[in-house]
Write a protein that binds this ligand. Structure first.
Ligand code: FMN
Length: 316
């Protein structure tokens, strides 16, 4: 198959793949533009920026970076090499990346496999089993992050306890912030929107608090969560927009590799959101800037959250 940006089908296939990426509160804060029939551009959608909880736009860039990774995979699996420019135009700060399908090239099986996993990956806020991730899987996840210029640091028992404590404290502080609560409600309340996070993805409460998942007003009763959550921090060397885009691409690569191994993931980013909202420095990590706090494990397969139709994503 070849990708043609002149054909509606060719473009639609790329946008469907990009639009399946994870995004903060499922805001899907991206738009795409076909430039001169030869390049797909990734842009922010300013109407979908979380102004209270994401004052720097970091979460929005990470989300768009994840969509960019899917776009790259879609080009690659169509037999073309994606040439990528990050932040190509200082005059247009909302333009995050340009991807040009360049010369033809055979499709490596590894990319085909990751591409096929795009619609299967999802965030799971349900309890995981106590099964420990094998070392080989940890190594592959780390490698996935480093291939995209990021780090993935798995936490030991002390680090895990610290992060869970930070998450509880942050969630408590955020719960008293009126603007944060209003923004969260706008994207998570039942019936609030046709996208965002419907209640069926919120997951259950923990039988014992704190549960190692974020509280989105969980609807699903109570359940026993794993004794020892397996947490990792996705890090980047810098903390500028270009690093956030790298973090997003690394995030999606890590999540697809996890999916390949039947490993689910959810996130505990409350401490990072609070850091951004209060203009604080990193709460924990010395090995780079923390961009995502990820919980890995083995859990049930769940329904996926809704996506906007690809036709809504393209702008002229
Ligand atoms: C930058 C970013 C931050 C996120 N933060 C959290 C979080 O703190 N807690 C959580 O449970 N999910 C978090 N998510 C996951 C999103 O809520 C999820 O991707 C979105 O609802 C779409 O669902 P899906 O991943 O199942 O496709 C985050 C995702 C991204 C990309």
């Amino acid at each position: 198959m070849s990708v043609s940006l002149a054909s509606e089908f060719g473009v639609r296939r790329l946008l469907v793949a990009a639009g399946q990426a994870p995004s903060v509160l499922n805001t899907q804060p991206w738009r795409f533009r076909v430039a001169r029939g030869e390049c797909v551009e990734v842009l922010t959608d300013p109407d979908r920026r979380l102004r209270a909880s994401d004052p720097r736009g970091r979460n929005q860039y990470v989300s768009c970076g994840a969509a960019l990774f899917n776009l790259r995979l879609a080009v690659r699996t169509a037999g073309r090499r994606p040439m990528v420019w990050l932040l190509p135009s200082p005059e247009e700060p909302g333009l995050l990346a340009a991807v040009r399908p360049a010369g033809t090239s055979p499709v490596p099986a590894v990319y085909r496999e990751l591409y096929d996993l795009i619609p299967i990956r999802r965030t799971s806020r349900h309890p995981f089993t106590d099964r420990v991730l094998p070392r080989a899987v940890l190594a592959e996840l780390r490698q996935a992050a480093s291939r995209e210029g990021a780090g993935l640091v798995f936490l030991d028992r002390h680090g895990t306890t610290d992060i869970l404590d930070y998450a509880v404290m942050a969630e408590d502080e955020l719960g008293h912030d009126h603007d944060y609560r209003a923004e969260l409600a706008a994207w998570t309340m039942p019936g609030a929107r046709h996208d965002g996070m419907p209640s069926y993805v919120h997951g259950p409460h923990g039988l014992r608090d704190p549960a190692p998942v974020r509280d989105f007003g969980r609807q699903g009763g109570k359940a026993r969560f794993e004794e020892r959550p397996q947490l990792a921090v996705l890090t980047t060397m810098g903390d500028r927009p270009i690093d956030w885009l790298r973090a997003g691409q690394a995030l999606q690569r890590v999540l697809l590799v996890a999916t390949k191994h039947g490993v689910s993931a959810s996130f505990l980013n409350q401490p990072l959101d609070l850091r951004d909202m209060r203009g604080r420095r990193d709460p924990h990590h010395h090995r780079g800037h923390a961009q995502m706090i990820i919980r890995f494990g083995y859990g049930p397969h769940l329904p996926r959250s809704p996506r906007r139709p690809a036709t809504e994503l393209e702008i002229a």
